[in-house]
Design a protein around this ligand. Sequence first.
Ligand SMILES: NC(=O)c1ccc[n+]([C@@H]2O[C@H](COP(=O)([O-])OP(=O)(O)OC[C@H]3O[C@@H](n4cnc5c(N)ncnc54)[C@H](O)[C@@H]3O)[C@@H](O)[C@H]2O)c1
Length: 312
Amino acid sequence: MNQKVIMVTGAAGFIGSHVVDRLLSSGHEVVGVDDLSTGSEENLMGARKHKLFEFANCDITESNFFEILVQRTRPDVIVHLAGLVSVERGEKEPMLNYRLNLHATQLVAEAARKFGIGRVVFASSAAVYGASEDLPLSEKSARKPINLYGSAKGLSEQLLAGYVRSYGLNAVALRFFNVYGPRQDPSSPYSGVLSIFVNRLRKGEPITIFGDGWQTRDFISVHDVVSGICMAATCEDVASGDYNLCTGRSTSVIDVFNELRLHFPKAQDAEFGPERAGDIRDSLGDPTRAKEAFGFEAEVSIGEGLKELLES
Ligand SMILES: NC(=O)c1ccc[n+]([C@@H]2O[C@H](COP(=O)([O-])OP(=O)(O)OC[C@H]3O[C@@H](n4cnc5c(N)ncnc54)[C@H](O)[C@@H]3O)[C@@H](O)[C@H]2O)c1
């Protein structure tokens, strides 16, 4: 194996901390960066004990600490996962969304350009497709974001594509679909429908399904997303561009509820609330491009993934 130095921004977050663990267990050296705004030290407890792990508590958008860190550590790859993941908060605080989901990407790209970093892998989102009804969504489907979060992620992709054209940067944008798994914060209301359900069922609290429950999503286990990120970061040649990280399978919210209910026989029936403004009806991705480019294939079924979530 070709050992690399990999910088991971957002290292203490839900997805980032799993990426750090996987890279370390594969023998890579990891420089984790996080300001602990939504991430937590606890997620890095295992990594902290590892001799190939260095952690920097830093806001990448403040001062030039981040740039100095890149200059000092000279990673082979920067995996840029730091961002504002809450769509709702992005709508309420547009400047924060801009700073974390677009400006931060510019700073990462700029540091990569200045110090000749080989590759940037960026956490984009299926939110860039927004209202596109061209299911399954492939990378050729139109970008039609319906919120500021999706707009900033789409603009970040375009910004990175500009660095590819102008400076020859190798930039890989991965569009994650609905990620779930251990360490996801159930207080995040948009991305964590599965962890919210589990959390409420454990406490014996009622579940509210917004809309009729037949809306569908391409739910992907964090372990599959981590595999995709690590493949994109470490495979020898990965062409710059945008890639879906999805399963290619759709599951309705009702299906998820029924599956979970098997484990909570005393749970009450779900309550139904009004459809949430801005929610899309169906989302399903086509994973072909990522498979062809770096061999990615989702392996965890929704049943297995939910079981793991319940046991975590
Ligand atoms: N969870 C999902 O379903 C999903 C779907 C699509 C895309 N994404 C993207 O994946 C990435 C990771 O998401 P997550 O679910 O792990 O969220 P998360 O909130 O758990 O992780 C984000 C991490 O970034 C850190 N961070 C935020 N701003 C920072 C800054 N200025 N400087 C340094 N660190 C900063 C936070 O403290 C946190 O640890 C995000 O970019 C998100 O937009 C997530």
